[in-house]
Design a protein around this ligand. Structure first.
Ligand SMILES: Cc1cc2nc3c(=O)[nH]c(=O)nc-3n(C[C@H](O)[C@H](O)[C@H](O)COP(=O)(O)OP(=O)(O)OC[C@H]3O[C@@H](n4cnc5c(N)ncnc54)[C@H](O)[C@@H]3O)c2cc1C
Length: 394
């Protein structure tokens, strides 16, 4: 098999890249190790920055998002039983976010790709990327296994969109790699519940017992999270214990109540900050979680993946139109500027709202002082609103 761009992974990064390239008249092949059902059902992100929603619309993939996505103009911060709303449009010149689940983004992009785009092979596992440093015509190649048979995909470029546990990153030699990493001594217990959300915007709660987040997938389905110790097994928590703990952490001084309903899914997500530099080696490019991970507190993971593939598609289109590799050469530096801003924002949100197991009374007071500052200073609040609604793409 031969193509211009070999894409490993059909998560949001790989699927959107295939769509952007198709729209630019550049052919690609997508290899995905899992089956279609798995990719379409995997519960993950749900907040689209303004720029992400704009890109999906421009790519012709925003029709259902327009109909079913929920535009949110703010979030609520909850601490010391107080509530403070951050009004995004008022602070950012009209920007907002859209609540539309990653599962739905993937379903829309898969349907478009199968209808109009190039090959998208499910249950096709990439085994290795070879020849990334070769000249055009002499690599790179992706060795993969599909239907029990090993095959080779010859490409002009390979983009590793294969997530944190993928194989693409392994093709970059250690001597040219720098890795920046931080793990956190807690994770998120996430549940899906068949109950309308108890608030019409996301609620981020800082509590002495730990962080909690009220979010939603639709007007009828709530998505809720609790900070839990690192290594917690979701099965350790009964449904009643989860609702009791959520109630405690969301407690306010007013009449607000948390509606309970049947919990349909439970899982624990570990928290990690991770950046792989550079994001390019020869003709191999990394995009999305293959190159960087953020803790989910800032809702940035999916949005960073979108920023990377927009940057790549733009750079390759420029090369095809002008013969200049200038933008491709700048890919890693361009992406990393945005990645580090998102890493900073996600780290700030995480340390602002979570309670470390060894937190001292001084650190508790510092968190409350930072939250009070956001609630009382337009400058501090604007900084949060700008970060949350998203940094500009490249
Ligand atoms: C449990 C969980 C919860 C999350 N919650 C949030 C959230 O609330 N908010 C948020 O913003 N972000 C969240 N994220 C992060 C967000 O989902 C990711 O940042 C986003 O999915 C990145 O997209 P991606 O396409 O780069 O990678 P992925 O979505 O990981 O896609 C990679 C794809 O590559 C495939 N693949 C892997 N190896 C191979 C191979 N060898 N060959 C072929 N295919 C391969 C995988 O099967 C997968 O389909 C969460 C992540 C996890 C794990």
């Amino acid at each position: 098999m031969r193509t211009t761009v070999g894409i490993i992974g059909a998560g949001p990064a790989g699927l959107l890249l295939a769509r952007l390239l198709h729209n630019a008249g550049i052919d690609s092949v997508v290899l995905e190790s899992r089956d279609r059902d798995y990719v379409e059902q995997r519960q993950r992100a749900g907040i689209l920055e303004q720029g992400t929603a704009d890109v999906l619309r421009a790519a012709g993939a925003g029709e259902r998002m327009e109909r079913e996505g929920l535009r949110h103009d703010g979030i609520e911060l909850r601490f010391a039983k107080k509530r403070h709303r951050v009004d995004f449009p008022a602070l950012t010149g009209g920007r907002s976010v859209t609540v539309y689940a990653q599962t739905e983004v993937c379903k829309d992009l898969i349907a478009l790709q199968l209808k109009e785009g190039g090959p998208l092979l499910f249950e096709a596992e990439a085994l290795a990327v070879e020849g990334a440093e070769g000249e055009a015509g002499d690599g790179p190649r992706v060795r993969f296994r599909h239907g029990g048979v090993e095959d080779v995909l010859e490409c002009e470029y390979v983009v590793g969109c294969d997530g944190f546990w993928g194989v693409a990153r392994q093709a970059i030699p250690e001597e040219v790699t720098r890795v920046f990493e931080r793990t956190y001594p807690f994770g998120w217990l996430g549940v899906l519940a068949d109950v309308p959300p108890s608030h019409d915007e996301l609620v981020y709660a800082r509590h002495d017992r730990g962080f909690a987040l009220l979010s939603m997938r639709s007007p009828a389905v709530s998505r809720l999270y609790l900070q839990v110790p690192e290594g917690t097994d979701a099965g350790e928590w009964s449904d009643d214990e989860i609702w009791d703990e959520l109630e405690r952490r969301f407690e306010t001084g007013d009449e607000w109540t948390l509606e309970r309903g049947p919990i349909t899914q439970k899982s624990v997500t570990p928290m990690r900050s991770y950046v792989h530099e550079p994001m390019r080696h020869g003709r191999l490019f990394l995009a999305g979680d293959a190159a960087h991970i953020v803790p989910p507190t800032g809702a940035k993971g999916l949005n960073l993946a979108v920023g990377d593939v927009v940057t790549f598609a733009r750079a390759l289109t420029y090369e095809k139109e002008t013969g200049s590799a200038e933008l491709l050469d700048a890919y890693s530096a361009t992406c990393l500027r945005r990645v580090w801003q998102a890493e900073r924002f996600s780290y700030d949100m995480t340390t602002l709202l979570h309670r470390a197991p060894d937190a001292t009374p001084f650190e508790d007071r510092m968190q409350l002082a930072r939250l009070e500052r956001i609630a009382s200073s337009r400058a501090a609040e604007t900084d949060l609103a700008e970060g949350y609604t998203g940094f500009p793409f490249g």
